[in-house]
Design a protein around this ligand. Structure first.
Ligand code: FDA
Length: 311
């Protein structure tokens, strides 16, 4: 019960535009250093330093500039230019060339055609520099449009792009068949958004069962899938299925979020699995941070401790 309340509470905070802008204005450095457990910093320099440290431990990475739901096409263009700058800086820094982005940051909620144009601008330079670009999946009202834009890009010949599917949504197994038919890469997650029961499983057991079904389909029929979870049961089910089918450790990868279950990250790597860390950075850290708090009420205690220590 408490879990459900706290989840809803943090999802409401994550969606609050005014809190988001307040948090961006205040900055993370002095006023919310506890957020740094989950966010690699506000600047690209800080994120690149974090990426170097991650790489030095033998882990793979994907870099995400935080930001979502822009409210004008000029903001979407600015975000697109931001990504072009990131591509250049990543190339110069020598860290791994792998980005994650959200389409509402490129204008998805405003205009699909402009979003396709913005995405193409990013994919063009990314392709030339041998980047892989993952399109994150957002809440259910954006799923159709996200898949449409992704498929449009794929059919235009961009093969350096993949998408995310959420096991909590009833529709996702059908979407998986659609993406597998293209031969595109999927990152499988449980889903980070608060969704109504008309579209999503409401209890963990059902979300987990769907995750295992989708993981099996992906490993058996998909293209280099990414199994993104910190759940030991999901990790064990994946390892067991791969071993049973004789699927090599180079045919798929595990992914986890920056700052979460570093013990599991290191353990999987030591066992010879590919392990990629999702590294978020930027001033727009508030909604991402709230979703992480909502996932695990124990994190709230951690934040409170941080607040006291900050005083
Ligand atoms: P679950 O929530 O059942 O947690 C299992 C265990 O993991 C917990 O018991 C705890 O030990 C640990 N854990 C999980 N979350 C934690 C937290 N916040 N703090 C501390 N410990 C925690 N979602 C989405 O909707 N769209 C997307 O594009 C993405 N992208 C994405 C990329 C990557 C690389 C990852 C790992 C995850 C995402 N997600 C996502 C988030 C995902 O949907 C989901 O919300 C989180 O991964 C938490 O779910 P778990 O699978 O870890 O299981």
């Amino acid at each position: 019960m408490l879990d459900t309340i706290s989840k809803s509470f943090f999802h409401a905070l994550a969606a609050s535009g005014s809190l988001k802008s307040l948090a961006s204005k205040y900055g993370m450095r002095h006023h919310a250093s506890f957020a740094r457990r989950f966010i690699a910093g506000e600047t690209l320099d800080e994120a690149i330093a974090a990426c170097r440290e991650i790489q030095s431990r033998g882990l793979l990475l994907t870099l995400d500039q935080l930001g979502e739901s822009v409210t004008s096409l000029s903001e979407a263009s600015a975000a697109t230019r931001g990504y072009l700058g990131i591509v250049e800086r990543v190339v110069a820094s020598g860290i791994e060339r792998n980005l994650s982005l959200k389409l509402t940051q490129l204008g998805l909620a405003l205009d699909k055609a402009s979003t396709v144009d913005n995405l193409r601008r990013i994919l063009d330079v990314a392709q030339r520099s041998d980047f892989f670009v993952r399109i994150d999946m957002e809440d259910s009202p954006h799923v159709d449009a996200t898949l449409d834009v992704f498929e449009t890009a794929w059919n235009l010949g961009y093969k350096n792009v993949g998408v995310v599917l959420q096991s909590m949504l009833h529709r996702s197994e059908k979407d998986l068949a659609r993406v597998n038919a293209l031969g595109a890469r999927v990152r499988l997650v449980k889903g980070a958004y608060k969704e109504p029961k008309s579209v999503a499983f409401q209890n963990k057991h059902e979300v987990d069962e769907a995750f295992v079904r989708m993981m099996r389909t992906l490993l058996a029929e998909g293209t280099y899938p990414a199994i993104a979870t910190h759940d030991v049961k999901m990790l064990d089910a994946t390892k067991a299925f791969a071993a049973q089918r004789g699927i090599g450790k180079d045919k798929y990868e595990f992914q986890m979020l920056y700052g979460i279950r570093r013990d599991l990250q290191a353990g999987l790597m030591a066992e010879g699995y590919r392990m990629r860390v999702y590294v978020p950075f930027g001033r727009e850290w508030f909604p991402y941070f709230m979703r992480r708090l909502g996932e695990r009420p124990a994190n709230v205690g951690f934040v409170l401790k941080g607040l006291i220590a900050d005083r």
